[in-house]
Design a protein around this ligand. Structure first.
Ligand SMILES: *[C@@H]1O[C@H](CO)[C@@H](O)[C@H](O)[C@H]1NC(C)=O
Ligand SMILES: *[C@@H]1O[C@H](CO)[C@@H](O)[C@H](O)[C@H]1NC(C)=O
Ligand SMILES: *[C@@H]1O[C@H](CO)[C@@H](O)[C@H](O)[C@H]1NC(C)=O
Ligand SMILES: *[C@@H]1O[C@H](CO)[C@@H](O)[C@H](O)[C@H]1NC(C)=O
Ligand SMILES: *[C@@H]1O[C@H](CO)[C@@H](O)[C@H](O)[C@H]1NC(C)=O
Ligand SMILES: *[C@@H]1O[C@H](CO)[C@@H](O)[C@H](O)[C@H]1NC(C)=O
Ligand SMILES: *[C@@H]1O[C@H](CO)[C@@H](O)[C@H](O)[C@H]1NC(C)=O
Length: 386
């Protein structure tokens, strides 16, 4: 018994013995550590000095910040930190990753914070925004109530000043061709990027030739109080409507459900998510709706009529003039802009709104040529109220 215990005891005894034995080399180790520390310090100083000389103080400060700030906050993140949208809209997500992320939606109805719903203005453009000065004026003073997203040709380099509401609002973009699925992809990309901000509630697709027809308060109220989303959708029995339907689209799409409508939509958050997450209809349209079936005129109107027909108003909010005939709507240039024209656009119609009638039918109008900017700026206060 004892012989078994003894080695254990011996072992215990050996521990302090070893410690006392090692007591002498310890200062040497400390010294080694100290020297190593010194070397590291010197190396760090040299690298810092070099960075500051080479790249300026800013970048050195930035790296220091980005290294230390998260450490401080990491342990106590508030909800507002979690849901705060990224200031930088550029990201490296693929469409597949982006659409997946954007399809998240809360399952608890009430927000545990005071949510101020915003309008997401989504510009689908080739490049420049000639009416930026008009939009700037329209948006002035309403920063908490809107967000801007721009999808342009990937090669386009925007040139907005830091003070502009359009500065840094470009989203990762790809080439989009009118009438092809790539244009719907671009629209989905705009929706998905805008969905990443939980406060965006109304999503409006606009082009570079669009202008707002009322002041911000009127437009915000109109959207907020509407029971419906504004997606143009009608059953066109002719060759340019049902004529573009293919039987192969059944059973997902029956010809009686086939719709046509303007590309320029307004949808609420719920419908935006249903568009972004759709794969069922997407496959059918991608395969069977090719020119002369212009997919941007059919995909969203048909899909939303099937999935949410009772919550869309079946009309677009964007006024356009087809009265001149031909395949393209009228474009208004400098000489066309008169108070009479604008008054006709603003009050020329009555339409249904929440089961009643309203003299406000369109909130935006197209198509305007860049040359019309100056007369529009001159008349905007009188006829549009901004
Ligand atoms: C986290 O933040 C809250 C609110 O700011 C504060 O009341 C709480 O004491 C903090 N907790 C820790 C562990 O720092
Ligand atoms: C960008 O804008 C500034 C001022 O608005 C102008 O001076 C400059 O020439 C522009 N650059 C390009 C490449 O358009
Ligand atoms: C916006 O226009 C409406 C109607 O013209 C007007 O009653 C309202 O005062 C305007 N709001 C602002 C902030 O200018
Ligand atoms: C479309 O629906 C109608 C009834 O609503 C039905 O009679 C018809 O067979 C359907 N067509 C296709 C292609 O499924
Ligand atoms: C829009 O059209 C659908 C059918 O296509 C219909 O069920 C719905 O009631 C219409 N919406 C409004 C607001 O009239
Ligand atoms: C719209 O309705 C009002 C009142 O019902 C009417 O006075 C007006 O003429 C109508 N406007 C148009 C363009 O039909
Ligand atoms: C509009 O009218 C339809 C049918 O009359 C009704 O079901 C619906 O609830 C009404 N919507 C609103 C917003 O009043």
């Amino acid at each position: 018994m004892q012989s078994k215990v003894l080695p254990l005891e011996e072992g215990k005894d050996h521990v302090p013995l070893n410690r006392t034995n090692q007591a002498r080399p310890l200062p040497l180790r400390l010294l080694q550590l100290f020297v190593l520390f010194l070397v590291l310090c010197v190396a760090f100083s040299v690298v810092s000095l070099y960075t500051i000389r080479r790249f300026g103080v800013d970048s050195a400060l930035m790296t220091v910040k980005s290294n230390f700030l998260p450490c401080l906050e990491e342990f106590n993140i508030s909800l507002s930190e979690w849901i705060k949208p990224s200031v930088n809209l550029m990201h490296s997500m693929t469409d597949e990753e982006l659409f997946w992320r954007a399809s998240f939606s809360p399952q608890i109805k009430n927000y545990p914070f005071e949510r101020v719903p915003k309008i997401a203005f989504m510009f689908l453009t080739k490049g420049p925004l000639p009416f930026a000065p008009l939009w700037e004026r329209f948006l002035r003073g309403h920063h908490a109530l809107f967000s801007i997203y721009i999808h342009s040709l990937p090669s386009f380099k925007p040139n907005f000043s830091h003070a502009s509401v359009f500065h840094g609002r470009q989203i990762p973009s790809q080439v989009a061709e009118w009438g092809r699925m790539s244009i719907c992809d671009a629209e989905k990309r705009l929706l998905a990027n805008a969905l990443l901000d939980i406060n965006n509630e109304w999503f409006i697709l606009l082009s570079e030739s669009c202008i707002p027809l009322f002041n911000f308060s009127v437009i915000y109220k109109y959207l907020k109080e509407s029971k419906y989303s504004f997606v143009g959708s009608f059953d066109d029995l002719g060759p340019y409507g049902r004529g573009r339907y293919r039987d192969a689209m059944a059973p997902e799409v029956n010809i009686t459900e086939w719709r046509k409508g303007s590309q320029w939509f307004e949808v609420n958050r719920k419908l935006a998510i249903s568009i972004v997450q759709d794969t069922k209809f997407y496959k059918k349209f991608e395969q069977f709706c090719r020119p002369p079936c212009y997919v941007d005129e059919h995909y969203f109107p048909t899909m939303l009529t099937i999935e949410a027909g009772d919550v869309i108003a079946n009309r677009s909010l964007t006024w356009v003039d087809w009265s001149r005939g031909g395949p393209h709507p009228a474009t208004f240039g400098r000489r066309d802009i008169t108070e009479e024209l604008l008054a006709r656009i603003v009050n020329g119609q009555n339409c249904s709104y929440n089961n009643g009638t309203s003299s406000i039918c369109s909130l935006f109008a197209r198509k305007f040529a860049p040359s019309s900017l100056r007369p529009l700026l001159r008349l905007a206060l009188d006829v549009f109220g901004y």
